[in-house]
Design a protein around this ligand. Structure first.
Ligand code: FUL
Length: 478
């Protein structure tokens, strides 16, 4: 009875509450596509370099190698995929064709492929085996198809080679199910006196878009993701997810400021094109027996993780199979140890669920309060009011606690914002700085000499718009 008599008041109340509801922060362009977001969430991808070079002990084949040398006696792509999975990798990318032109699948457009080799009596398809094994472990698949081809006679006769290349690309894009990344290399070593091939990039990119619309395209110039500008697995600092006009407009383009544009991105850039950091677990991209004792250490790999994934990038780590067709046991062991160490480092988030305060909370709405950065949910975030581009978030750990690592994240689906931040801890009533940085983006990781503190602040010093922080996590460190 009471309910009915008060219905109008109830409606009024509801309307009033809706008017008072705090508006969510407006997205800040440019924004990532869902595919780019998925790509970045994968964090680590395994690269597999394998071709005739594995049998000639070279890094770049000449294109004159006889397919008869390609004979991996124990090839087992399942062993690669299991090792990748044990290392926590979410995707694998295979060199379907490297610069020597030898195809790991039986392409209809050349005989320079596995079908002319003794491997599986010429009936094998390594791309097929790779794709099946990778999917079997629940990992995503990517393929590398070198534009530079030192074997193909039409190379340098631009229209003819472009047609040949598009045919090969079409085979890969149509015969192996959904691909998550297509990798275009910018290398072309023919030099000024060699054959000058002008690639038809618009047609190449249109073909990928038509046949694999969900695949992210990697190249110096994207358009899905950009090369980070070096082959040492290290992203720039700052590292923006977007690029501006100084970034390359086609793969292999060089010019002033381009390396810098790839390393750092551009906070004023209008295109979302985050950086992928590629590096090999050994000195070479291909297997060389003399490098069996030069496999990167766990410390080194973890350092690369901090400098790539921990700088708003993705780590693409290459592991080359031996001439038997297997990952070397040292590399397999190292991948598992790498993951174990990461799991140890990030097992215990000391800040999770702890009490928190902030300089300001958007509209005073708890939804945007500091606790949202400590709940382990990357979708919820602490936010300030529009126009407020500075502020701090304070965690009370409840007791003096040893801290050696900090992790910060922005919900980049709403755009990348933070330009500069620092970390303070309270020491006898005084706030002392123990770390500082520039961009945050998808994930920022700071390692520092361990401190012992109860109260810690993430201070945002500058941002492109109201900062949003989805994660502020603290770990004991080593
Ligand atoms: C480079 C190539 O020339 C190397 O052989 C390797 O494939 C690396 C990932 O990209 O540009």
């Amino acid at each position: 009875m009471l309910f009915f008599s008060c219905l109008p008041c109830l409606l009024l109340l509801l309307v009033g509450a809706a008017a008072l509801a705090v508006a969510p922060p407006a997205p800040l362009a440019p924004l990532p596509t869902p595919q780019q977001l998925e790509w970045q969430d994968r964090e680590t991808t395994l690269f597999v370099h394998f071709t005739v070079n594995t049998f000639t002990n070279k890094e770049w084949g000449e294109g004159t190698e006889s397919p008869s040398i390609f004979n991996p006696t124990h090839l087992d792509a399942r062993q690669w995929a299991k090792a990748a999975k044990a290392g926590g990798f979410k995707m694998m990318i295979l060199t379907a064709k490297h610069h020597d032109g030898f195809c790991l699948w039986p392409s209809r457009y050349t005989d320079h492929s596995v079908k002319s080799s003794p491997w599986r009596d010429g009936k094998g398809d390594l791309v097929r085996e790779f794709v099946d094994a990778t999917r079997h472990e629940g990992l995503k698949v990517g393929l590398y198809l070198s534009p530079w081809d030192r074997h193909e006679p039409s190379y340098g006769d631009s229209p003819r080679y472009n047609a040949f290349y598009l045919n090969q690309l079409t085979e890969l894009l149509t015969q192996y199910g959904p691909l998550s990344e297509i990798w275009f290399d910018g290398a072309n070593g023919e030099g000024p006196n060699g054959k000058k091939q002008v690639y038809d990039w618009p047609a190449i990119l249109a073909t990928v878009k038509r046949l694999q619309p969900d695949a992210v395209v990697f190249s110096d110039s994207g358009p899905g993701v950009r090369w980070i500008g070096n082959e040492s697995g290290v992203a720039g600092d700052p590292c923006w997810g977007m690029v501006g006009p100084r970034a390359p407009s086609y793969p292999g383009e060089s010019g002033e400021g381009m390396t810098d544009a790839l390393q750092h991105g551009d906070e004023h850039g209008q295109e979302w094109r985050p950086g992928e950091s590629d590096v090999s677990i050994r000195p070479g991209w291909f297997w060389h027996p003399e490098e069996d004792d030069k496999v990167r250490s766990v410390d080194n790999l973890v350092d690369l993780y901090f400098k790539s994934v921990g700088r708003n990038s993705l780590l693409l780590l290459n592991v080359p199979p031996t001439n038997e067709g297997l990952f070397h046991e040292t590399d397999v062991k190292r991948l598992a140890e790498f993951r174990k160490r990461l799991d140890q480092l990030f097992r215990h988030d000391l800040a999770r669920g702890k009490s928190a305060t902030a300089s300001v909370t958007r509209g005073g709405d708890r939804k945007y309060g500091p606790k949202a950065a400590l709940d382990g949910n990357p979708k919820t975030y602490w936010a300030t009011d529009d126009g407020v581009t500075r502020g701090w978030l304070e965690v009370d750990l409840g007791a003096e606690t040893r801290i050696g690592i900090a992790e910060m994240r922005e919900p980049i689906a709403l755009g990348q914002r933070v330009r500069r931040y620092h970390l303070d801890y309270e020491d006898g009533g005084e706030w002392k700085r123990f770390s500082e940085g520039t961009t945050i983006g998808h994930k920022k990781l700071d390692r520092f000499p361990a401190i012992t503190a109860r109260k810690v602040r993430l201070v945002i010093d500058d941002a492109r718009a109201c900062p949003l922080i989805s994660t502020f996590a603290l770990y004991p460190g080593e």
